[in-house]
Design a protein around this ligand. Structure first.
Ligand code: GTQ
Length: 349
């Protein structure tokens, strides 16, 4: 019911109760308790070919040190001013140039990095560094110290861009944000690179390992391994009508998600794939790793190319097509929906 339709006596009454901090539920009931989700987030895409130059320009606008994190935030056009891609999820493109350091800090927000281009930069988490390669998925779990760095040009450093995925809006709704800076630019390196992967990344666990928190003990999931798994499955004949070949990333110690608030996936769509339509109540951010194709999200249809980022809001029908062999990384708020018994999925046709 629009405000204009309200009779004068009612309008006067509404004004009167507003002065006491109240409002009439009957005017907003349908919007507050909708028949099905009415996301304010819109289907949207960022074409990497269009934004890449702007991301690189940030390198001459500000240093990583001054910026702390030199990131261009991807803001959903349906959520203006909210620095959000979906109601719960944030995304941004971070640039680190050779010789730079993004200083160490920690926060209650969980973060993932999905490497878009460039290699050789590192992220340090809990005293261990991991080297980045395109397609790697790296986590910096809630309240872990993390810093990023890039070797100098002389040492072979090159500009590196990655997609940051964080649960910033969710933590904001929950008023649970805490953060602090490490006293030094970088945290001390306490373990050699590959240590956690050797302990937890090979379908084995240290004998006396006990699970003390829900986050994954490995913090880098190398692309080569994920890609090989998808490839093998496809060659073996695996192909889902909706998803192509799709795997989820896992915390090897629990079988759960790598971090408690965000689900992550990687999928392969063979050339010519024309997926069926699905929808679900988790809102998903996709990042194209390889290949070309198209996605229909509600009324929108976007063609996609490598490194493009696109968003499918809750309950909006999604359909994927691949023109050439394509690989998509994605992250969503699925663990949160599932934990609250709010996850609904529909495989349509
Ligand atoms: O790298 O720690 O894009 O704290 C936003 C907030 C990245 C990070 C972001 C952050 C970070």
């Amino acid at each position: 019911m629009s405000a204009n339709a309200v009779a004068p006596e009612r309008a006067a009454y509404y004004a009167q109760i507003a002065r006491s901090g109240m409002s009439p539920l009957w005017e907003s009931l349908h919007a507050l308790v909708p028949k099905s989700p009415r996301p304010q987030a819109l289907p949207a895409i960022w074409k990497y070919a269009q934004v890449r130059e702007l991301v690189m320009q940030a390198g001459s606008v500000i240093s990583a040190e001054e910026a702390i994190r030199r990131v261009l935030v991807l803001e959903n056009p349906g959520l203006p001013g909210k620095s959000s891609l979906t109601p719960n999820l944030y995304g941004g493109l971070q640039l680190i140039l050779p010789g730079e350091i993004a200083p160490s800090h920690r926060h209650t927000q969980s973060a993932l990095r999905f490497i878009v281009e460039g290699k050789g930069a590192w992220t340090a988490v809990n005293g261990e560094r991991t080297t980045m390669h395109p397609g790697d998925f790296i986590i910096t779990p809630s309240w872990t110290w993390h810093d990023h760095g890039n070797p100098s040009v002389e040492e072979g450093g090159e500009p590196v861009v990655w997609l940051d995925g964080l649960d910033i809006p969710l933590i904001g709704h929950l008023d649970a944000g805490f953060a602090e800076n490490y006293p030094e630019a970088t945290q001390p390196v306490a373990r050699p690179e590959g240590d956690s992967y050797a302990r937890f990344g090979h379908n084995m666990l240290p004998v006396r390992h006990t699970v003390s928190d829900p986050t994954s003990p490995i913090f880098s999931y190398p692309y080569a391994r994920s890609r090989e798994a998808l490839d093998t499955l496809y060659r073996n004949g695996e192909l889902d009508d909706w998803d192509g070949v799709k795997l989820r990333y896992v915390n090897p110690a629990t079988g759960g998600w790598p971090m408690p608030t965000m689900a992550t996936f990687m999928q392969f769509l063979p050339a010519g794939f024309k997926g069926k339509t699905y929808r679900s109540t988790d809102s998903t951010v996709y990042c194209v790793v390889e290949g070309h194709g198209a996605v229909r999200i509600g009324e929108e249809r976007f063609t996609f190319d490598p490194h493009d980022v696109f968003v499918a809001p809750s309950w909006v029908p999604v359909q994927l097509e691949a023109q050439s062999d394509a690989v998509l990384f994605s992250y969503s708020d699925r663990p949160v929906l599932a934990a609250l018994n709010l996850l609904r999925e529909e495989r349509i046709s």
